[in-house]
Design a binder for this molecule. Structure first.
Ligand code: PMP
Length: 418
């Protein structure tokens, strides 16, 4: 049996039930946002007395914050296995990081991305050639190669996903990056779902950029990073124009700094960046625990879901393909939104339903699974998940399928509520 890995804030949360009383909350929505870790909370507490603006102040607190902020770049560089000379630009999240790269890529860059990509990775590009969802990892490499072969001369960029946010399936990033390189393309890895579950080694993978979010790594919201090659970033217009990004301003002209500050104008999120760096450092010391804990719970979850009548699991590469702790599914004849509402209100279980900000990919997966619904349910596990949470979900689904919800629900603004 697996207990929660120690050090997850809110692991003892109790929530009200529509049927009366309260119950311990089972957060099975780690893929959306992971709970904060106590290491991160302690680090933030420690920094708060020194709260001051970075870079510009001469005072002690400002010096401490500047050191913390700049030190965090090295942590992120180590965490992503970046090359010497790669830049770490702090952003709000993965979406912000990928939008930054989209505006920094030279004009006319041909971008290719799989239809299965998260909207954050699919939508920021001015023009993107979309590659239909592949049936197998080998087909993915071939399809990427063919799409890049058809691109005009000039800079090329292939958008890769580390782990799918719908199925948890791991993509063969090294092989895809090799294929891209053979066609003269750079690659960017959407590491939002991979980073909490597996180490990332940019240099070894020969991937040019990675984007990630702190709130999926057991840090609070508001911090993320783009890590990768400096040349495009230094040549691009600043992501935000303002103080910190400008080197000199006269009546006639502005000159911009080079380096990460070029894209970080304004007072930065020092506390958030410290939280992000602490989260990365903490994960680095416990990869063994992370993988063992999540693999055991994922196996148990999938073994349990197989027993739920009418359940169809979504999968791109087949149910045996390696994945992180994310499972999406439908239940024949059931409305996923209603099931999600009943899981929350009657069983204190938090899951997600819908198309998971990957509309093209999820619709493809639903069709492939022969689902009778246009939406799916997603359960995702992490360090706060226990055997009891997994067993409770499986039992609740069986009971909802057999007997329906205990309370009455109605749709309010498109959402089911008791
Ligand atoms: N990519 C993937 C694969 C994701 O799962 C997410 C978050 N759902 C994002 C990108 C976007 O992350 P954020 O909302 O933190 O910008």
């Amino acid at each position: 049996r697996s207990a929660a890995v120690p050090g997850v804030v809110g692991a003892d949360l109790r929530v009200p039930l529509v049927t009366g009383g309260t119950a311990a909350y089972a957060n099975l929505d780690h893929a959306a946002s992971a709970p904060c870790s106590s290491a991160v909370r302690d680090a933030v507490d420690e920094l708060l007395p020194h709260y001051a603006s970075v870079h510009r102040g001469a005072g002690f607190a400002s010096q401490v914050c500047t050191r913390v902020y700049e030190g965090a770049r090295q942590v992120l560089s180590d965490f992503t296995g970046a090359r010497q000379g790669d830049q770490v630009v702090f952003t709000r999240n993965t979406t912000d990081a990928l939008n930054l790269l989209a505006s920094a890529a030279p004009r006319g860059t041909s971008v290719v991305a799989f239809d299965t990509a998260h909207h954050a990775a699919l939508l920021p590009w001015r023009h993107v050639r979309r590659i239909p969802a592949p049936q197998s990892p080998t087909e993915a490499v071939q399809a990427l190669d063919e799409a890049l072969a058809e691109c005009p001369e000039g800079p090329r960029l292939a958008v890769l996903t580390g782990a799918c946010n719908v199925t948890g399936e791991l993509w063969r990033v090294a092989e895809l990056a090799r294929a891209a390189r053979r066609r003269g393309a750079r690659t960017v890895l959407d590491a939002a779902q991979l980073a909490p579950h597996r180490p990332i080694r940019l240099a070894e993978l020969d991937v040019d950029y990675a984007a990630l979010s702190g709130h999926k790594l057991y840090a609070p919201f508001g911090s993320g990073a783009l890590v990768g090659r400096a040349d495009w970033l230094n040549a691009a217009d600043p992501h935000l124009a303002g103080g910190g990004a400008s080197r000199a301003v006269t009546e006639r002209a502005v000159s911009w700094t080079t380096g990460p500050e070029r894209h970080e104008a304004g007072s930065p999120n020092t506390v958030g960046v410290h939280a992000l760096a602490t989260a990365c450092r903490t994960l680095t010391t416990r990869w063994g625990d992370v993988v063992a804990h999540e693999s055991a719970l994922l196996s148990r979850l999938r073994a349990g879901l197989v027993e739920v009548p009418g359940l169809r699991e979504l999968s791109l590469f087949g149910s045996e393909h390696d994945r992180v702790g994310v499972v999406s599914f439908t239940l024949d004849g059931q409305d996923p939104g209603l099931i999600a509402a009943a899981l929350s209100a009657e069983h204190a279980i938090g899951v997600r339903d819908g198309l998971f900000c990957a509309h093209l990919g999820t619709r493809h997966l639903l069709t492939k699974a022969g689902a009778d619904s246009g939406r799916a349910l997603r359960a995702s596990i992490g360090l706060g998940t226990t055997t009891e949470h997994v067993d409770r979900l499986v039992a609740a689904l069986k009971s909802l399928v057999a007997d329906g919800p205990a309370a009455a629900y109605e749709q309010v603004d498109g959402h089911w509520a008791p």
